[in-house]
Design a protein around this ligand. Structure first.
Ligand code: XYH
Ligand code: MG
Length: 390
């Protein structure tokens, strides 16, 4: 008898954080403070469990339990393709609740359970290409914090520290709203130039524009960072116009990379590749619909002779990066001079992505996605919970 999904359990629990989010969603360093997070658990008919951590906003019961989870009870655990097809088809009639980020939670949950059942790490089940991946330090975006990321010199100083910590590649996020009211092409280029000057020619550098520039600004910055020997220019403009990206990519030698958050999962990535809108594709498990759709984008990129870089840090992103040869880097971050990335909140018992001395991360051999979750801590600090059964 094949194992079937028996039930889901959702727990919102109290933990601690050392970061804050501004109203545009950017993380910044913050004081140690209480925070809430959610654990979603899937149980199968043979008692095996998979787990995923996710922000509380993704698990609101009225938007998650009935529109999404309840219909999956009884489905075969190992048929992830079958289950996910049902989930993405349901999105058409319920686009707000069945958002790509909620789809991703279900998909990661299934993959974690499949890995646990197989007694194997998910990155190996997905292909197991890379036992060690190169990481890049992905900075938080610019701010107005003293000794933080307030000036080009701050970025240069921080970049030197990152190289001392072992990083061999760094990606800058510069100043965006609500910190900046309009893009400053001049200051952004100054920050890139200061970092190149600080780290020398051998460190890979990338710039992430976070959809902030118009075509002309993007072209000016793209040409400047081309001169500075940057490796890629990420999400320079809003990701709704393939035409604008094609216009930019046609004029720049530096690879343009995207889309990071465009809807449509792997299907939209197909169009971006087909129409030559970018040189390097991008998708991420968290906002690209999960591991399954990210793998499809990776295989498509590889089949077209392209690379596909994976957005975001964490266990699922790391698994997807390591699964094929189509990704060249793992995004480790977000990093800031006043924030300790390796600090563990009390609900985690270990780091999934420890950095080695030469800017790499060696993959774990734990069954499942590999996140080290302290389930006892979560049970003791649960503030509310619900269960979804047939
Ligand atoms: O700027 O806070 C931010 C975003 O969170 C951003 O860093 C995002 O992950 C990204 O673009 N990564 O590549
Ligand atoms: Mg990005």
């Amino acid at each position: 008898m094949t194992a079937r999904i028996d039930s889901f359990e959702v727990r919102v629990f109290e933990t601690e954080t050392r970061s804050t989010r501004d109203h545009h969603g950017h993380r910044h360093p913050g004081p140690l403070a209480a925070a809430h997070e959610a654990l979603v658990t899937v149980r199968d008919s043979e008692g095996a469990e998979g787990h995923v951590l996710t922000p509380v906003r993704n698990v609101r019961e009225d938007a998650f339990a009935d529109p999404l989870l309840r219909g999956l009870v009884g489905r075969p655990v190992m048929s992830v393709e079958q289950v996910m097809r049902d989930v993405v088809m349901a999105q058409r009639g319920n686009p707000v609740d069945i958002a790509d980020r909620r789809i991703a939670v279900v998909d990661e949950l299934l993959w974690d359970l499949i890995g646990v059942r197989a007694g194997a790490p998910v990155w190996r089940l997905l292909g197991g290409a890379q036992e060690r991946v190169r990481a890049y330090a992905s900075t938080m975006c610019g701010d107005e914090i003293e000794g933080g990321l307030a000036t080009p010199e701050d970025y240069a100083r921080f970049a030197r520290q990152l190289v001392e910590q072992g990083y061999r590649a760094i990606k800058l996020h510069t100043w965006f709203p609500p910190v900046a009211f309009a893009p400053s092409v001049k200051r952004d280029i100054e920050a890139c130039a200061a970092v190149r000057e600080a780290v020398g020619p051998d460190v890979d550098l990338m710039l992430d524009g976070y959809h902030w520039y118009n075509r002309q600004e993007a072209l000016t910055i793209g040409r400047a960072i081309e001169e500075l020997g940057f490796r890629w220019f990420e999400e320079p403009m809003e990701e709704v116009s393939i035409t604008a990206y094609r216009w930019l990519s046609d004029q720049l030698d530096i690879p343009v990379i995207g889309p990071e958050t465009a809807s449509g999962r792997n299907l939209s990535r197909g169009d971006w590749a087909h129409f030559g809108a970018v040189d390097i594709l991008r998708i991420g498990p968290q906002n690209g619909g999960g591991i399954t759709s990210s793998m499809k984008a990776l295989h498509m990129a590889e089949s077209l002779g392209m690379t596909c870089e994976i957005h975001g840090n964490g266990a699922a992103s790391l698994a997807v990066v390591a699964a094929t040869y189509a990704s060249q880097f793992y995004e480790r971050g977000l990093l800031h001079p006043h924030s300790d990335y390796d600090w563990l909140p009390p609900h985690l018992s270990g780091q999934v992505d420890p950095l080695d001395d030469d800017g790499g991360v060696t993959l774990h051999e734990r069954p499942g996605i590999g996140q080290q979750i302290d389930l006892d801590h979560i049970r003791r600090h649960t503030v509310r919970a619900y269960e979804v059964t047939a």
